[in-house]
Ligand binder design. Structure first.
Ligand SMILES: Cc1cn([C@H]2C[C@H](O)[C@@H](COP(=O)(O)OP(=O)(O)O[C@H]3O[C@H](C)C(=O)[C@H](O)[C@H]3O)O2)c(=O)[nH]c1=O
Length: 185
């Protein structure tokens, strides 16, 4: 397993070891002890799985307020996505900064998105399936979002969304979003 830092401290790219043979491949898609070794000490309690039928489906930018804030471990099991994390911790040196990552069933890369970051993706292929672990359960009352096209964040999405939920079409800008996350070293 290779764990790489990114331009957003705390956000990491994880590449599991993949063992190929004439049958196909095997990999440990999640190994808690190996992640603990990289200081990723989350006890994930829920697995999520979404299918997006059309390319250009955008889901996000989402986060949950405390006490339901989530760390997420995201991977793609079919198709591919441009996966984005945005630092929304007030006082953070990288507040409002985003970074995007190409995750796909073929590259098997995973993205660790800590609490304090908004998360979203756009699908790059039809029938893309995203699976992700979270360390806090779903809380509809704590579910929040930020506009995918917030000009102050300025995410360079590789393609304009063609499919968006009604909820995702009306999130507030970061500056107006309810958000209690604060930065601590
Ligand atoms: C997230 C979630 C949703 N739901 C129910 C609520 C709705 O009835 C339905 C669809 O939910 P939503 O439209 O919020 O799903 P996505 O737009 O894929 O949102 C997710 O995708 C973005 C990229 C994320 O990072 C979030 O984890 C998550 O919000 O599933 C549940 O029952 N449990 C859950 O944990």
């Amino acid at each position: 397993m290779i764990v790489s830092d990114t331009g957003l401290p705390g956000v990491k790219v994880i590449e599991p070891a993949c063992f190929q043979d004439e049958r196909g491949f095997f990999m440990e898609s999640y190994n808690r002890d190996q992640l603990l070794g990289h200081g990723i000490a989350n006890l994930f309690i829920q697995d999520n799985h979404s299918l997006s039928v059309l390319p250009g489906t955008l889901r996000g930018l989402h986060y949950q307020l405390d006490p339901s804030a989530q760390t997420k471990l995201v991977r793609v099991v079919a198709g591919s996505i441009f996966d984005v994390a945005v630092d929304i911790r007030r006082g953070s040196p990288t507040f409002g900064r985003w970074e995007g990552f190409a995750l796909s069933a073929s590259n098997k890369k995973q993205l660790l998105v800590p609490r304090g970051f908004a998360h979203g993706f756009v699908t790059l292929e039809a029938n893309t399936e995203v699976c992700y672990k979270v360390d806090a359960g779903y809380s509809q009352s704590d579910d929040r979002g930020i506009a995918w096209n917030d000009p102050e964040i300025g995410i360079a999405w590789p393609l304009d969304p063609t499919v968006l939920s009604a909820k995702d079409a009306k999130h507030p800008l970061l500056r107006d979003a309810e958000n209690h996350f604060t930065y601590s070293r």
